[in-house]
Design a protein around this ligand. Structure first.
Ligand SMILES: [Mn+2]
Length: 307
C-alpha cells in the first residue's frame, strides 16, 4: 500500500493533485479541532516526523524503519507531521503528493501541521522555490497549482497537544500569549511566533531572531508555557540537526527528518510517542530515533536553476 502510494506520487496527474488539495481536512474521532489548535484524543502511539522539505526518500526510509503500514493498521495510532513539506528538496511536488495520498488513505490518522514554508502571505520564507519547481514541471498550469497549494497551506492547523502533555508545533510556543487557547484564533504575531521561533540555551527570556521572523526563546519561556498549560514538553521541527536535538533540559525536542543539501546531515530523526500514559522527560527521550540518512543526492539541483 505505502509502496503503491509512493510510486503513484511520482506520476500523479495534476488534476488529481488539485482535487486532493481541495479536499476537506478530516479530523475524525482521534482528533478534535478548535480554530488553529488540535487536541489529540487517541490513546495509541504517535509517529512524529519533522521537516521533510521535498526529501521523499528520507520520508520513505523512516516509513520503512517504522513499518508504517503495520503501524497504521492499529487504528488508534496516528502520524503527525510538524510542517515544512516543500522548498529546498529535489522532490517537492512528489513529497506533497505522497503526503496528500497518505492523508486520503488514512484520513483520520494523519495530522498535518503547518510550517513556516507553508507560508503566511506576510512572511514568505527564503528560499521559497516551490513555485519555481511547479513552473518547471507544469509550464502551463503552475500558477493555478501554486495558488491551490497556497490555499491548502492556509487551512493547516498550527499546533496540537496530547492528553499526556506533549505540545506539537513547527517552531515554538505562542510567546506573547502563552495560553494554549490563544491558538484557537491567533493574531498574526502569534502565528509568526509558533511558525518561526527557535529555542536558545544562552538566554532565559527572548531576543530577536536572526531569521528576521519569530523569536529566540530561553528556558524561562519554555518553563512558563509548560506550567501555565499543564504540559510536559514541546516537540517541534524547524532547525536542521543530526536527526534530533534537545534544549532546555530535554523539555524542547527538535526533530529533523530530511537530508541532502544544503545541510548534508548524516542522520534523520523521528519519534514514536505513546499517548496513553504519563511521560517523564527521560521516557520522552527514549522515544527518539535516529537513523542513517539516504546518501543518493548526486542528482540534486540547486533552486537557482529554476530562475
Ligand atoms: Mn521551518
Amino acid at each position: 500500500m505505502i509502496e503503491t502510494l509512493f510510486k503513484k506520487s511520482f506520476i500523479l496527474d495534476e488534476e488529481v493533485f488539485l482535487s486532493l488539495l481541495e479536499k476537506d481536512l478530516y479530523y475524525g474521532r482521534l482528533f478534535s479541532i478548535d480554530g488553529c489548535l488540535v487536541k489529540i484524543l487517541s490513546n495509541g502511539i504517535a509517529l512524529v516526523i519533522g521537516d521533510v522539505h521535498g526529501d521523499i526518500k528520507s520520508l520513505k526510509t523512516i516509513f520503512e524503519d517504522v513499518n508504517v503500514e503495520k503501524f497504521l493498521s492499529n487504528d488508534e495510532n496516528i502520524l503527525i507531521f510538524l510542517g515544512d513539506y516543500v522548498d529546498r528538496g529535489l522532490y517537492q511536488y512528489e513529497t506533497l503528493a505522497f503526503i496528500l495520498l497518505l492523508k486520503q488513505e488514512f484520513r483520520g490518522q494523519i495530522l498535518l501541521l503547518r510550517g513556516n514554508h507553508e507560508p503566511l502571505i506576510q512572511l514568505i520564507p527564503y528560499p521559497h522555490d516551490f513555485p519555481y519547481v511547479l513552473r518547471k514541471r507544469f509550464p502551463q498550469k503552475w500558477d493555478y497549482l501554486y495558488k491551490a497549494s497556497f490555499n491548502f497551506f492556509q487551512r493547516l492547523p498550527l499546533a496540537s497537544f496530547s492528553n499526556n502533555g506533549i505540545f506539537f508545533v513547527h517552531g515554538g510556543p505562542p510567546i506573547s500569549d502563552l495560553k494554549l487557547s490563544s491558538l484557537k484564533d491567533p493574531s498574526l504575531k502569534l502565528m509568526e511566533e509558533v511558525l518561526w521561533s527557535d529555542p536558545r540555551e544562552d538566554i532565559l527570556e527572548t531576543t530577536p531572531s536572526f531569521r528576521g521572523a519569530g523569536l529566540y526563546f530561553g528556558k524561562n519561556v519554555t518553563d512558563r508555557f509548560l506550567r501555565i498549560n499543564g504540559l510536559t514538553a514541546i516537540v517541534r521541527g524547524h532547525e536542521p540537526c543530526e536527526g534530533f536535538k534537545l534544549n532546555h533540559d530535554g523539555k524542547v525536542v527538535t526533530l529533523f527528518s530530511r537530508a541532502g543539501p544544503p545541510y548534508w546531515n548524516k542522520s534523520i530523526g523521528y519519534m514514536l510517542v505513546p499517548l496513553s500514559s504519563n511521560l517523564t522527560l527521560k521516557a520522552l527521550k527514549d522515544c527518539l530515533k535516529n537513523i542513517e540518512a539516504p546518501t543518493d543526492f548526486n542528482n540534486s539541483i540547486s533552486y537557482e536553476s529554476y530562475f
